[in-house]
Design a protein around this ligand. Structure first.
Ligand SMILES: *Cc1c(COP(=O)(O)O)cnc(C)c1O
Length: 500
């Protein structure tokens, strides 16, 4: 490998640089609380025509090798093969479904039926390879906050992986019934699940605090443990997410839906800003993407941000029918802010300090201009339900409540701009994962029925077989019942690791 291809990682807050990809993956969050960024965004070195002929796995290698430059070809291909295998229910891994004039990129064919599987089926392999490469002999403890889908997908990936433990914190009452059952029935001797008395932001802030707690880290290191993160702040999640945008473009070209070089629009249901940031990286790498349509639910912090340049989390936290997007602090936005500031870490750090202290910050006009590729929109719960109902009635295509938000916002985008470019809408979960809300949307009424009765009704109405992931939990035993307050998260970790 030529030295000039090497990419190293820097903290968005300036405190770390020259970090290899494998070290950045092991570390998760930078020591100064910043997020790791590649020192530059590499350009794709294959043509669209070449991508059109590639399998998902081949595309994954071509994209990921550009960022993870300290992994050997053999290591990376081994990780890819182990990740994108029969756990997915289709060889295509991420199929495109055409409905209602757009292409729904289905990212939910992995083992936990949400898009988090796309990155979390490979992260454990990237991380254990990184531990070997860096001669880490401590047990890796994955600490993860989840708005519902990351937790299950991370546990599915890390369950019984030697040398690792995983602890997941989810907001009690803030996830769907299926999401909660999926997590609480998780198998694996090394998995732990804790319901916290708070919302997702409380869970995420609590986990970040533990990462920043040097005393606690030293205490655990003495007992043979080291923390890492499976949250979308880990560069090892962001990079695998770029792959499916490149893959989708190749697929569209192969189907002759576009010509080589033709620009497409991408709409993404957004929470922590990880998925849409991956699409932005794909654009920076040279993939012909025109607009990145950032779709929010009623927690429309990002819509307001793109409209005004002010990020303000000081507002009511609303629990919605798209719980994986119920987030007021979109962590990955920090990476866009950093890029928009011309990679000025000092500038970014000041803004993030302001977010920590006041719950808000304002970017400059110039930075706002740098973000012009994004178009922010939102759909409230009624608009979301109406969109799911309409598309199902018109086309027979049934989408979940997160995809519904993106679909409704995409319609607002075309109505307001007239832009008719071919569009890819990220479809982030199976409708079965949010069966109650989806059934209420298509029938137009609340139901008292039990969850699995609704699931059977959904199957009858849509003709889509009930996924294995849902059948598995129908009768599974509850294995996790831990709960704690936000203040007690540290004590809970001590208890789980038996270091008290
Ligand atoms: C996590 C999640 C999202 C939000 O993705 P981000 O990368 O956090 O913006 C949207 N939909 C579903 C189903 C999810 O699980």
């Amino acid at each position: 490998m030529e030295l000039s291809n090497t990419i190293t990682y820097v903290s968005t807050r300036g405190g770390q640089s020259g970090v290899s990809a494998s070290q950045a993956i092991l570390q998760g969050l930078a020591k100064d609380g910043g997020l790791f960024m590649p020192d530059r965004i590499p350009k794709l070195d294959c043509l669209p025509e070449q991508f059109a002929q590639m399998s998902y796995q081949e595309t994954a290698y071509e994209v990921m090798k550009l960022f993870l430059t300290d992994y050997t070809e053999e290591e990376l291909k081994d990780c890819i093969e182990k990740a994108y295998d029969g756990k997915f229910d289709t060889e295509e891994i991420a199929p495109l479904a055409k409905a209602d004039g757009a292409y729904y990129l289905e990212l939910f064919h992995g083992s936990t039926i949400a898009f988090k599987d796309m990155a979390l089926s490979i992260l454990p392999h990237l991380m254990t390879a990184a531990a070997r490469k860096n001669k880490v002999d401590q047990e890796i403890v994955i600490l993860t906050a989840t708005s519902g889908d990351t937790g299950k997908a991370a546990m599915a990936g890390f369950a019984d992986v030697p040398g690792t433990r995983i602890i997941v914190f989810y907001p009690k009452g803030g996830v769907s019934r299926i999401q909660e059952l999926q997590m609480r029935t998780q198998k694996g001797e090394n998995t732990s699940v804790v319901a916290i008395h708070g919302n997702f932001d409380d869970a995420q802030t609590g986990v970040k605090k533990l990462f920043g707690d040097e005393g606690f880290k030293e205490e655990l290191a003495a007992k043979g443990f080291r923390f890492s993160s499976a949250n979308s702040i880990n560069i090892g999640r962001l990079v695998p997410q770029i792959v499916y945008y490149v893959y989708a473009y190749g697929k569209l070209l192969k189907q002759k839906a576009i010509t080589a070089g033709e620009e497409i629009n991408v709409a993404v249901p957004t929470g922590n800003f990880g998925n849409i940031l991956a699409a932005y990286f794909a654009k920076q790498m040279g993939l012909p993407i025109k607009k990145l349509i950032c779709a929010s639910n009623d927690n429309k912090v990002l819509f307001d941000f793109f409209a005004t340049g002010t990020y303000d989390r000081n507002r009511e936290f609303i629990l919605t029918s798209s719980p994986s997007m119920d987030i007021l602090i979109s962590s990955n936005l920090e990476r866009l802010v950093y890029l928009s500031a011309g990679c000025d870490a000092g500038k970014n750090r000041k803004l993030m300090e302001s977010l920590g202290e006041n719950g808000s910050y304002q970017v400059t006009e110039d930075m706002k201009k740098q973000m012009a590729d994004f178009w922010g929109g939102f759909a409230d719960q009624e608009e979301n339900a109406a969109e799911i109902k309409r598309v199902f009635a018109d086309t027979g295509y049934l989408m979940d409540t997160h995809t519904g938000v993106a679909s409704a916002v995409y319609k607002k985008y075309t109505a307001s701009t007239g832009d008719q470019a071919v569009a890819v809408i990220a479809s982030t979960a199976s409708p079965y994962k949010f069966s109650r809300s989806v059934m209420e949307a298509i029938t137009g009424e609340k139901s008292q029925k039990e969850e699995f009765a609704l699931i059977d009704e959904m199957s009858a109405a849509s003709g889509i077989p009930v996924p294995k992931a849902v059948e598995e939990i129908r009768h599974a035993q509850i294995r996790h019942s831990r709960e704690c307050s936000v203040e007690a998260m540290k004590a809970e970790v001590r208890d789980i690791l038996e270091v008290s």
